[in-house]
Structure formats: C-alpha cells, structure tokens
Design a protein around this ligand. Structure first.
Ligand code: F0G
Length: 352
C-alpha cells in the first residue's frame, strides 16, 4: 500500500506512460482529499457534491501531478534545464521540482498578470523568471520556438508526461468515491487538465474500475472563452488570471472530452467566479483561487439551465489554493475592526 507521502509516481507508476528506468521522484504530490459539500450541493438539489482539493498539492495546485512525471522523464533523458510559459501555477511547480532535482528552471510569464503568490513561489525556488509584454499565448509561442533550437525540456502540458501525471486525479476520485461521478466540473484554460481527466476516467472505465463515465463540464471566464466561441481570443481578460488564455494548446482534447462525454464548456462571468469563490470560502471553509471557482460557477450555471438534473452526483475540481492570489479577494473583504487594547472595547466592537 502506497501513501500520499510517496507521490504520484509511486502510487500510479504502473499506469503512467513513463519509462521503467525513469527515477521514482516525489515531492508528496497527489492523494488530495475529496471533501463533501455541506451547504452548496444540497442547495443545488444535487445528490452529492464533492470538492477535489487540488490546492493541497505541494506547491498549491494540480500542476504538481504532471510536473513530477515531466521532471522524472527529463532527468531520465539527461536534460539539464526545463522551461515553461505560465499564468503562474505551472511556473511555481516547475520551479519547485526543478530546484529539488537540480535542473535549471526558466519560466516565462505575462507581465503584470500573475498572482503575487505564484510569482514569489517561482522566484523563491530559484527559477529564472522572464516576463513578456503580452499574454500567455505569446509566452507559450516564444517558449516553443526556443525549445526547437535549444536543448531545453518544455514542461508545459504539450509535454505528454504532464497529461499522464494529471490523469491520476481522476483515478483518485474513482478510488475515493467508489465510482466515477455523473458530472465532473473544472476550469479550462490551456485545456490540458480537462484532457487529462477525461483520459483518466476513460482508462478506469475500460479497466473495469468504474461503471460510468462522467459528463465533463468545463468553465471558461467570459472574457477568455475561446472554446465557447469556437475561435481564438486575441486579448483575453479575466480576474481569474490562471485561465487568462486565448488559444488553448489542447483545444482538440477539450472538444473531445466535451463531445464524447456529452458535457459542456460554458463561459461564466468574473462576478459569478468571484461569488462562487466567496461562497466556497464562507460556506464550505475552502479557499481556492478565482480560476478554481469557475468549476462551481459553471456547475451552478448548468443546474440553473437544466443541463444538470437534481439527484446528480457531481465533483468540482478546485485546482489551486486561494493563498496564491490574495489580491483577487481583498477588495471585497469586510474591514478589520480596530480597537484600543482592552476587553471593554473588544466587547463593544463585537456587539456584546
Ligand atoms: N486552474 C488553475 C488554478 C490553473 O492554474 C490553470 C492553468 C487551470 C485551472 C486551467 O488548466 O490550463 O489545464 O486548462 N494554469 C496554467 C499555468 C495555464 O500556467 O499555470 P488547463
């Protein structure tokens, strides 16, 4: 029996397309809890709603699942350096694993549109951080071009090892719930994760580990919704900077997941995203980042429109930790009550 502490490769290595001789590295990623909703799920009339807390991975997002596999393969191939374009979380993950396993790490990010915590993570782990005057799509184009000319390993989700690692989250959900849910809702940016989950659920179903396949519901921010519009978006905008992407690399994977599962990819406004984020924090005790809350926002939209029926078993993937992006919520917080230092003033301040 392997435990969470041993990580994704130790637990799922026999189901990953990773060379047998690749090093079995880990930072304790994966094994994240699936927590049952106490308030929001019942209020939506769902039979059950679980939140997959991917923000509890070592660097605070789901990216660690795929990064550990990509870095293991990079080490196996003798690579000395890794590089990625990122809206923040991939860069934090690459920096941590690169640092731990002795690889030079370079991350390329859109200037001025990265959550503060993510940027600090990339830097504190020792990555070289380069910012471009443009969005994620430009950063990814530049990085891909560089990788064609130089011996640097690309660790974006175009690297197939990333998708392989990320599919393990689907395995865990089936393990923990005893079967696949009816509906899986998740945010969609570069579209690697929806591609990975769909692969994981299909493999579990094929291997007889689950009796059903979930319908896949993807949430895109309305200002950054190329998959909803059916065409790339030139200047994507959203408060959910993690998914501020106009031309997803795994476009076809997302469309296949949606169509094969009879699911849906829909847009949700920034207001709905922030509202979902706030309710998750206040009602469920879960602080996720804005992009993650797009999973709940899209599920709520689907329920409201009748695309998801009452009595459904649903899982929302909360992809990243809210602590990464305090700036996104600060403006809406109630002010701190200031008092002088005595109990009388405290009692007065809290209405006793
Ligand atoms: N949620 C979070 C917190 C993310 O960081 C991302 C993507 C997504 C959802 C969307 O996942 O791209 O597989 O569709 N972040 C990438 C990054 C792009 O660079 O960190 P996706």
């Amino acid at each position: 029996m392997t435990t969470r502490a041993q990580g994704v490769i130790a637990r799922w290595g026999d189901r990953l397309a990773l060379p047998a001789m690749a090093p079995r590295i880990s930072l304790g990623e994966g094994g994240t809890p699936c927590v049952e909703s106490l308030t929001i799920g019942p209020s939506l009339g769902l039979a059950s709603l679980h939140f997959k807390l991917e923000g509890l991975n070592p660097t605070g997002s789901f990216k660690d699942r795929g990064m550990v596999v990509a870095v293991a393969n990079a080490l196996h191939e003798g690579s000395r350096a890794i590089i990625c374009a990122s809206t923040g979380n991939t860069s934090a993950s690459a920096a941590a694993y690169g640092g731990r396993f002795g690889l030079r790490t370079v991350v390329v990010v859109p200037r001025g549109h990265i959550a503060s915590g993510k940027l600090v993570q990339a830097r504190v782990h020792g990555a070289t951080v380069v910012s471009v005057n443009g969005g994620f799509d430009l950063a990814l184009r530049i990085v891909r071009e560089l990788c064609e000319r130089h011996p640097v390993t690309l660790v974006n989700s175009l690297n197939p090892n990333r998708i392989e690692g990320q599919k393990t989250a689907a395995f865990e959900i089936v393990d923990e719930l005893g079967d696949a849910p009816d509906v899986l809702a998740l945010p969609v940016g570069n579209a690697g994760n929806i591609t990975a989950y769909w692969r994981g659920f299909r493999e579990d179903h094929r291997d007889g580990r689950s009796t059903r396949l979930p319908r896949m519901f993807g949430g895109q921010a309305s200002g950054a919704a190329p998959l909803v519009l059916g065409r790339p978006v030139d200047d994507p905008q959203t408060v959910a900077t993690a998914i501020r992407i106009g031309n997803p690399a795994s476009w076809q994977g997302a469309v296949d997941a949606r169509d094969q599962s009879e699911g849906m990819i829909a847009s949700v406004g920034d207001d709905a995203i922030l509202d979902a984020q706030r309710r998750l924090a206040r009602l469920e005790g879960i602080f996720c980042e804005p992009a993650s809350a797009a999973s709940l926002a899209v599920l709520e939209r689907a329920v409201a429109e009748g695309a998801v029926a009452p009595g459904t078993h649903a899982v929302c993937v909360l992809t990243g930790n809210g602590l990464k992006d305090p700036g996104a919520v600060e403006a809406a917080l109630t002010p701190i009550v200031e008092i002088s230092s005595n109990a009388g003033a405290l009692a007065h301040a809290i209405g006793l």
